[in-house]
Design a protein around this ligand. Structure first.
Ligand code: BDR
Ligand code: CA
Length: 316
């Protein structure tokens, strides 16, 4: 069993990935930690509790960061045009959910859980990397105690989605992302190179909903306006960014990867750009030297990824 902590900002594609992690038979989802991003952390936390309740997910929810790791960074507006005002495609969600939160802040939950399960925890992080960076700052030793960190974020050989060079999760907290990429733990970076070509059509999702239970029907409902948003880039469908990272946990063979040190540009016109120095390339001395070699996804078998998502969501 893969023991997973899911760090997330639900978020429409976050919701699909959550249901995947909950339903996959080889995954033990042991915690959900929330972060600001697709909406405020109050909203993403409420959404996590809502999905936990609707989908009977036993994992505890711990609330995380509300702002970037560098408090001097200016706050940005929430991407309501992507995920809706309420972060879940503006379907009806109660203002508050009557379920308890874990008493600890997300980064503390991560530290405690990693320490209680040395060498076993897989962190799947699909929002701003702020909680992970905070956990590392408070307890740097956890880097050697985590099994790996699988993130959805960044873009290497394709354009960004919030600027010509930056992807939303990294751009939303570049300093945190640079801390996470350069720490001495194994990071697998699932970025736009592979997620932007992994699109699920409205009819594929609709067919899943017709066959599936109430959970899949709810997922279908909350995804509709997100699919509308993607009209500029996808023909009647959506990019399933965060699910790609979740799929990597159980099916890494569906990805092709390169290895190398990864840095994040902090500031200037390339703010939030992710840059890998491939291990097989030589350069004069520079800012990538002496850093851990991470795994960067450059290719994906999208059809098989979509089928695995479908099969997993329909296993209830
Ligand atoms: C990422 O940003 C968010 O909008 C999505 O949930 C995903 O994690 C894609 O750039
Ligand atoms: Ca997300």
């Amino acid at each position: 069993m893969h023991k997973v902590i899911y760090d997330t900002d639900p978020g429409v594609d976050d919701a699909m990935a959550l249901l995947f992690l909950h339903r996959h038979p080889e995954i033990d989802l042991i915690g959900i930690t929330t972060v600001f991003g697709n909406a405020s952390v109050e909203t993403t936390t409420r959404n996590a509790l809502f999905l936990k309740r609707e989908w009977n997910i036993p994992a505890p929810v711990a609330k995380g960061a509300s702002v970037t790791i560098d408090p001097a960074r200016a706050e940005r507006e929430w991407p309501a045009m992507v995920h809706g005002e309420n972060g879940l495609g503006d379907i009806d969600v109660p203002e508050t959910i009557d379920l308890p939160l874990d008493p600890r802040p997300a980064h503390r939950f991560i530290i405690d859980t990693v320490r209680a399960n040395p060498g076993e925890i897989r962190l799947v992080a699909v929002g701003r990397m702020t909680n992970l960076a905070r956990a590392l700052k408070e307890d740097p030793e956890i880097a050697s105690l985590v099994k790996d960190v699988v993130i959805m974020g960044g873009n290497f050989y394709v354009p960004g989605n919030v600027s010509p060079v930056a992807e939303a999760n990294i751009h939303g907290d570049p300093e945190a992302a640079d801390i996470v990429m350069t720490a001495p733990w194994k990071v697998v970076v699932i970025g736009l190179d592979v997620t932007s070509i992994t699109t699920m059509s409205r009819s594929y999702l609709g067919e899943m909903a017709a066959r599936g239970d109430g959970a899949v029907k709810l997922l279908d409902a909350l995804s509709q306006s997100y699919i509308d948003f993607y009209r500029h880039a996808v023909e009647d469908g959506m990019m399933v960014h965060d699910s790609c990272a979740s799929v990597y946990v159980v099916a890494p063979e569906l990805f092709t990867t390169i290895t190398g040190a990864v840095r994040v540009v902090c500031g200037g016109i390339a703010d939030g750009q992710t840059v890998v120095k491939p291990d097989n390339r030589r350069f004069p001395p520079g800012d990538w030297d002496g850093l851990p070699s991470q795994i960067v996804a450059t290719g994906i078998e999208s059809e098989k990824v979509l089928k695995l998502i479908r099969d997993t969501l329909l296993t209830a």
